[in-house]
Design a protein around this ligand. Sequence first.
Ligand code: ADP
Length: 377
Amino acid sequence: MSGINEAVVLDALKGVKDPSKGEDIVALGMVSGLIVKDGNVGFAIEVDPRQGEAMEPLRKAAEKAVYDLAGVTSVTAVLTAERAPQGGAAPAQQAAPGRTSAPASGPGGAMIPGIRSIVAVASGKGGVGKSTVTANLALALARLGLKVGVLDADIYGPSQPRMLGISGRPTSPDGKTLDPMENYGIKCMSMGFLVAEDTPMIWRGPMVQSALQQMLRDVDWGELDVLVVDMPPGTGDAQLTMAQQVPLSGAVIVSTPQDIALLDARKGLNMFRKVDVPVLGIIENMSVFVCPNCGHESHIFSHGGARREADKLGMEFLGEIPLDIEIRETSDDGRPVTVSKPDTPNAQVFLAIAKRVWEKVSAQSGAGRQAPKIVMQ
Ligand code: ADP
């Protein structure tokens, strides 16, 4: 028992004064978005956008005040600022980089207001369960109490609307930004909402990039702790450019046991290395076969190979998801196990993976993280 809760954290933050106002940051109403989870603490400090960098010592002092509490294992404090009231194309939100996860910053350093971290879910090829994992991972992150969004960047075969059980079209109340769709408490944007699922789409490179940028920046995501991106399958140029264009905090690679043996995971790892995005780990999907009749587990593909391969590549092995008809039926039916059968072993596997992913995202140093650069080799 860590004994850490929101009240204890707020109490500690009452000892931190805004020097320009002479009062503590809690009394001034500057603390928002406080999350306390198993000793990991995250919160935002609202500041005047014009003060920006000048408030960095205050942010550090707030982090230290909380970090000094017994039972706290990590602290993420970020500076945020309200949008300029008159609006305009470029939101006037500002934030200074945090010790841990800074708000997502985009190409050229442009911020994505309100989005604290972005995690890509990628795979070496299609059909390995990347979308299924994305949906369940996102829902599991939400179960941890986080504000979660899903960006379906798999524009060649968008499946998040179906997996998350969302239909209809997003609306734009102001004619400029789209409201994301929502179900099970998470927000979602997908090309699948805008184009009929059975319409074949021929995308040209620039169209892909602008569609992605629009789904990222012209959607009113609001405040998100984490945006989970369902990447298009593969590790080619299109995926590389995409990984470079989205200010990713990290990536997870989904692979089946036989693909791991075929070194697909290595391709994914190399792709993210090129764009300087940390790989949070690998998830082995369709790992063991659980017989729907008797519950017997058979290891169709060699078991343990993924873990060994991940070790060899210096990647964390985040967990293994069984090949189970329950997973297929529920996700294809718009009610993924994580929400429809939250107490089953399958849902628990996703929950454990989500915990670890969030631990890594929030503990990872985001200081000064800017647009990833392509490294020529
Ligand atoms: P991808 O996004 O990699 O193309 P999908 O997530 O669409 O793959 O999964 C392909 C098919 O496999 C879907 O019908 C999905 O329900 C099913 N599937 C994915 N993971 C599992 C699993 N662990 N057990 C059973 N079926 C699965």
